[in-house]
Design a binder for this molecule. Structure first.
Ligand code: ADP
Ligand code: MG
Length: 660
């Protein structure tokens, strides 16, 4: 079944879904909410202004209805909730008026405006409902909101059966609920208990199949012969000598690790981890060079177009004589065809791009090395799509989110790791401060100093990426404030998740060229974006982020020898945030972050960005991960449960293993 077969899904909506990364019905039903809004029976006395509420009461008067036009109407009435009477307004429900009799018991769901003692309701239910409401919140866009996504998912769910990928004995062992039921509940939870059960199964299945894949690879890899290359190290040394800077010790060791892998017959499967700004990119470039000298094509995949073109520009500066192509989604069809031809005929030596690199119809001539930058952003399955002529290329993953060794070992067991632990010399640590909202004046003065010094500033707005209008209001309100404070002396730009890639790129370019001095943004500023003149980052509501994520954001500044600053604004959890004021070492930050695990609310915001799981979170679900690891090893070892007997599981884990 295809997306178009779903009721009510036209071409336009399909396109909007594509923009969210949803291409198939499978993508759609696995597009789980990124958080759940839990609305409990509320007590209006303790509630905050603007909170979502569900509350029951008795209708006090005959509702009054106002018609704007044939389609729009507004109905208002008074609701007696026991302790006092509040105003309720609801749009476009005039048809309910005849049923709303004085004295009837109803429950309203909506937002409470404390100052005006009124509720703007989104729904009315008859009778007193003593329940918790759980609303799934999906990542959405301007063009398609969370509610619409929920509707589409639900019509898809009615039409399909979702395959289960767990052997029965494991379902029994953990008393898991039925897979189809679980998926339905994840999208339409009625209460916390059933939601937890559903998520437990879905997360476990995700972790189990992942670990099965990893462990299965480990078993098959031994037979797997890699490529050998005849490359004299002197040539590499020669190139390194000519660089405008001296490579750090760890960079040199990493280059040597990779050189050894690429020249030995063993197939490379290596993770290069290093803090933001530690200089992974040049190591990856040298790896591509080694591979090129060995006679093979090399591909470098970046998670976004901005990063891909940044890599491309840098690469051709270092290697003007190689034939390097940039392949991204936004190329014109004709250009794309031409580039693909060059790739297929072997004329392109180095291919840099986004996920377009792994789209089905790119054929490589003799691909020897694949590098993925910020690997956590790619699904393993995506990487598996590379079409190559019978060669199994060597693989290098790069990650700026160092994960503590124990976690890395659990997840990757057999993967080799190179770490860049030291920063290039001359780099100063980013001075980090935690400030409360009351101290905003201090912050504005600190910003002013930077502006006066002709430096640039990133401001991360207090919002999470979702559809709520309030969040967008937040970014515009913040822009207004910044305009008031700095509008006369500099240019201010905004960037958020609901802009198209093109719009974002335009703003980003303006910032790079210093046409904008203050860039207000959601977290969409790209990992890896390099603007050396930016010396300050101000992060509102920083409690919303994990320490590693904050450290990543902080890495946007401090990219040269200027003094640079990171200001964390938060009224909550300041103690946790203090960790960042004490260290600039990403490995230490990550260890602290993992130490603090367990506090996470399972229904709350998922820590995104760590791995590419849809639901599981290696930090909060670490115990589940350990179980999945053990179970998958047992499953592979035990004759009774041989993978051969489980073709459906086998297919699932093979989906993505033709490359890895
Ligand atoms: P990341 O590890 O986050 O990808 P980059 O590779 O983007 O870091 O490096 C950040 C900046 O530091 C780049 O401008 C790069 O050219 C520069 N750089 C890399 N290695 C060194 C070095 N050894 N000495 C000085 N500058 C370096
Ligand atoms: Mg990088």
């Amino acid at each position: 079944m295809q997306l178009q077969d779903i009721k009510g899904l036209g071409l336009t909506t399909t396109k909007y879904l594509n923009e969210l990364g949803i291409y198939t019905v499978k993508d759609l039903v696995e597009y789980y909410p990124f958080r759940y809004e839990i609305i409990e029976n509320s007590d209006l006395k303790t509630i905050n202004d603007g909170d979502k509420i569900i509350i029951g009461g008795i209708l006090e008067n005959i509702p009054s209805v106002f018609h704007f036009n044939r389609k729009l109407n507004k109905m208002s009435f008074h609701l007696n909730i026991g302790s006092f009477i509040t105003n309720v307004t609801i749009f476009n429900r005039a048809f309910l008026k005849s049923k709303l009799l004085i004295g009837s018991q109803i429950t309203v769901i909506g937002k409470f405006d404390k100052k005006h003692n009124s509720i703007t309701a989104s729904d009315i239910k008859f009778g007193l409902i003593d329940k918790t409401l759980i609303e799934p919140i999906y990542h959405s866009s301007f063009k398609i909101n969370s509610t619409k996504i929920s509707k589409i998912i639900n019509s898809a769910l009615k039409k399909i059966t979702i395959p289960n990928f767990l052997p029965e004995y494991l379902i029994d062992k953990y008393h898991f609920i039925d897979k189809n039921k679980a998926v339905n509940i994840a999208h339409n939870p009625k209460n916390k208990e059933e939601l937890k059960k559903a998520l437990d199964l879905l997360k476990y299945e995700e972790l189990f199949t992942f670990m099965l894949k990893i462990n299965n690879l480990k078993n098959t890899k031994k037979k797997d012969n890699g490529l050998t290359r005849q490359v004299p190290y002197a040539k590499i040394e020669d190139f390194i000598q000519k660089l405008p800077f001296k490579l750090t010790k760890d960079q040199l060791i990493s280059v040597k690790d990779i050189y050894d892998d690429l020249t030995s017959p063993r197939r490379m499967n290596r993770l290069l981890q290093g803090d933001v700004g530690s200089g992974k990119t040049i190591v990856s470039f040298i790896s591509l060079y080694i591979n090129y000298l060995g006679g093979y094509q090399g591909a470098l995949m970046a998670p976004t177009e901005i990063l891909a073109s940044q890599h491309y520009t840098n690469f051709i500066k270092f290697f003007p004589n190689l034939n390097t192509v940039l392949l991204t989604g936004k190329l014109k069809a004709k250009e794309k065809r031409e580039i693909k031809k060059q790739i297929e005929e072997g004329k392109a030596d180095i291919i840099i791009g986004t996920h377009a690199l792994i789209s089905e119809d790119v054929k490589y001539n003799n691909l020897g090395l694949v590098i993925t930058d910020e690997q956590h952003r790619f699904g393993v399955a995506q990487r598996g799509n590379l079409k190559n002529k019978g060669i199994t290329p060597d693989i290098l993953y790069m990650s700026a989110t160092p994960i503590p060794r124990t976690y890395a070992l659990t997840l990757y067991g057999d993967m080799d790791i190179s770490s860049i632990r030291t920063m290039p010399s001359g780099r100063k640590p980013v001075k980090t401060y935690v400030k409360t909202n009351k101290e905003i004046k201090d912050v504005l003065y600190m910003m002013l100093d930077q502006i006066k010094a002709h430096h640039q500033i990133y401001v991360i707005a207090p919002l999470i990426e979702e559809s709520d209008k309030i969040d967008l209001e937040n970014i515009y309100k913040l822009e207004e404030k910044m305009q008031k404070a700095f509008g006369k002396i500099c240019h201010i730009g905004i960037m958020h998740g609901k802009m198209t890639n093109q719009e974002k790129e335009k703003v980003m370019d303006a910032f790079k060229q210093n046409k904008i001095q203050i860039l207000i943004s959601t977290t969409v500023i790209e990992v890896g974006v390099d603007v050396a003149n930016a010396t300050m980052i101000v992060i509102f509501d920083s409690f919303r982020f994990g320490l590693s994520a904050l450290h990543q954001l902080r890495g946007r500044v401090g990219r040269n020898d200027l003094d640079s600053y990171c200001i964390l604004i938060s009224d909550k959890e300041t103690k946790r945030l203090e960790v960042l004021t004490k260290t600039n070492d990403g490995f230490k930050v990550s260890e602290e972050d993992f130490k603090l695990r367990g506090g996470g609310d399972i229904f709350g915001l998922r820590q995104s960005g760590d791995m590419n799981f849809k639901l599981a979170d290696i930090k909060n679900d670490y115990d589940l991960l350990l179980k999945a690891k053990e179970d998958s090893q047992y499953f592979l070892k035990n004759k009774e449960y041989k993978l051969e007997k489980y073709s459906y599981i086998k297919n699932k884990i093979n989906e993505s293993t033709n490359l890895d």
